[in-house]
Design a protein around this ligand. Structure first.
Ligand SMILES: Cc1cc2nc3c(=O)[nH]c(=O)nc-3n(C[C@H](O)[C@H](O)[C@H](O)COP(=O)(O)OP(=O)(O)OC[C@H]3O[C@@H](n4cnc5c(N)ncnc54)[C@H](O)[C@@H]3O)c2cc1C
Length: 475
């Protein structure tokens, strides 16, 4: 009998696995994909929002403000990327300036640093800012991260603390038993005292597996993006938001950690939870809206489009609760934006308000040292690089020329405690395929390395989940 089964290894499940594994508990994290962080955590704007925006009195407002204050230290702990680049909410005209005033008051009330800038001041910081803009709310505590990198580090360190992680394990049914729950999965069943449902867009399905009367309902709201190539002179230096509307935060320009720029997202309800296609209508909408914030958008630098689905609930807030009829069954559902920004605080809230009331939480006396994200070869000094290559020549064999990634780093990622088992998993850890050629040159080599290291045939290597094989046969 386990103490806790956590369903879903997105940013929420990963934080809970890491935070709970400091206690003397037998924990299992179940994930249906071959890697962690492959749901909404993989496809979003990657912004640690300041917390100025959510409606007063909501969990979103409270946990976003707290989460924003926790991220810098967390990222430092794991050597994950974090940059407090700041954001502007830009108003065009007096009507929108009124909205900025309300947001500024909200920021003041929540003790979030802010400044109101006129157009000329904004121009000093953002020379590309459109002359339609009249005023901006500057929010210096807004940061960017790489969300899946955090999820990977948290899961890997939860494993070192004793949490079991079962990948490719889909929860298909949950049954009440005397001592707790029996969780039926695609690879067997697990008995547990508690369940924490962090299944993202499928959290309503999981909630209904145990309680068909559960009122939780999740509708996917798709967000489509363009990705611009990284350039020496950035298109924008800060995150640029329009004033928010009933559709959310609007179409943004977001610099990424690796100096690309995201343009998007759209915000459209769709029927299919797993439909992450992009559409001409959606992308045209993004194109027309970014031009309202900046003078020049170099659309010729687009290297990719993608989309992600927000798990939008039926309460307009995060749903974090114990099921009303089934004790020790906790739902952490409808974690739409600002779910990334709030994730560390959501985890703490679940532990303090729910888990600690049902289980005795005793800290382990000894915890292992933190396993940090390895420093990329391209981030090292010339001297350090030379030393590593001298020790192992595979670090001198460059596989991805766009992002300068070596064979040695790829092999290391395949053999980490949380192994990179797919082309996508290697891409999320090291970035091959995220450069200008989008994997055109390096992907065949990565398939060869994965096949050799995992001792499988090349046509068994997948991009992501089972069935996404790249090669169908060998000539
Ligand atoms: C377009 C877009 C932009 C966004 N921008 C931001 C932003 O800038 N800042 C911000 O703070 N937030 C943002 N968000 C929100 C953020 O991405 C989410 O709140 C967050 O990723 C939710 O994490 P999660 O762990 O709850 O869900 P997920 O990451 O979706 O994880 C759920 C996991 O559960 C697994 N799962 C599902 N069903 C089962 C099953 N039956 N068995 C086993 N496993 C299962 C899935 O495979 C998945 O890995 C954005 C979201 C979108 C879509």
């Amino acid at each position: 009998m386990k103490d806790i089964v956590i369903i879903g290894a997105g940013i929420i499940g990963s934080f809970l696995a890491y935070d709970l594994s400091q206690y003397q508990l037998d924990i299992v994290l179940l994930e249906k994909n071959k890697d962690v962080g492959c749901g909404a955590t993989k496809a979003n704007s990657a912004i640690v929002h300041s917390g100025h925006d959510p409606k007063e009195g909501t969990l979103k407002a409270k946990l976003n403000v707290l989460g924003n204050r926790m991220y810098e230290d967390i990222c430092k702990t794991f050597n994950c990327h974090y940059e407090k680049i700041g954001a502007y909410v830009l108003a065009c005209g007096s009507e929108e300036e009124e909205v900025l005033k309300t947001l500024a008051l909200q920021a003041k009330h929540r003790e979030i640093p802010f400044e109101l800038h006129d157009y000329l001041t904004i121009l000093q910081h953002e020379p590309n800012c459109s002359d339609k803009v009249t005023q901006g709310l500057y929010l210096p505590s807004t940061a960017i991260i790489t969300p899946w990198e955090v999820a990977i580090s948290l899961t890997e360190n939860a494993m070192l603390r004793g949490c079991k992680v079962h990948l490719e394990t889909e929860v298909v049914n949950i049954e009440k038993i005397t001592a707790g729950y029996c969780v039926h999965t695609s690879s067997g069943k697990i008995e547990t005292r508690c369940v924490i449902n962090c299944a993202g867009i499928y959290a309503d399905h999981i909630a209904k597996m145990i309680n068909p009367e559960s009122s939780i309902s999740i509708q996917p709201r798709r967000g489509e993006y363009f990705v611009l190539d990284h350039t020496k002179e950035p298109v924008v230096h800060h995150i640029l938001f329009p004033v928010p509307s009933n559709k959310g935060k609007g179409v943004l320009l977001v610099p990424t950690i690796h100096k690309n720029v995201l343009l998007g997202p759209t915000s459209d309800f769709i029927d299919e939870k797993d439909d992450v296609s992009t559409t001409k209508t959606g992308l045209d909408y993004v194109k027309s809206h970014v031009h309202q914030l900046v003078k020049d958008v170099p659309m010729h630098q687009v290297i990719r489009t993608f989309s992600g689905n927000r798990p939008v609930g039926n309460t307009k807030d995060f749903i974090i609760e114990e099921d009303s009829d089934f004790s020790c069954f906790f739902n952490v559902a409808a974690i739409e934006s600002p779910g990334i920004a709030s994730a560390p605080a959501i985890s703490q809230y679940v532990i303090d308000e729910l888990v600690s009331k049902r289980l005795c939480l005793q800290k382990k006396t000894i915890l292992p040292d933190i396993l940090k994200r390895p420093c990329a070869l391209s981030e090292m000094t010339y001297e350090k690089r030379q030393n590593i290559i001298k020790e192992d020549s595979r670090y001198g064999h460059i596989i991805c020329r766009c992002e300068t990634i070596s064979e040695g780093e790829i092999i290391e990622a395949i053999h980490r405690p949380l192994p990179a088992l797919t082309v996508g998993a290697i891409k999320r850890r090291l970035r091959p395929g995220m450069g200008r050629c989008q994997g055109g040159f390096c992907e065949p080599l990565i398939i060869q390395i994965l096949a050799k290291e995992l001792n499988i045939n090349e046509n068994e290597v997948t991009v992501e989940e089972t069935g996404s094989n790249v090669l169908v046969s060998k000539r």
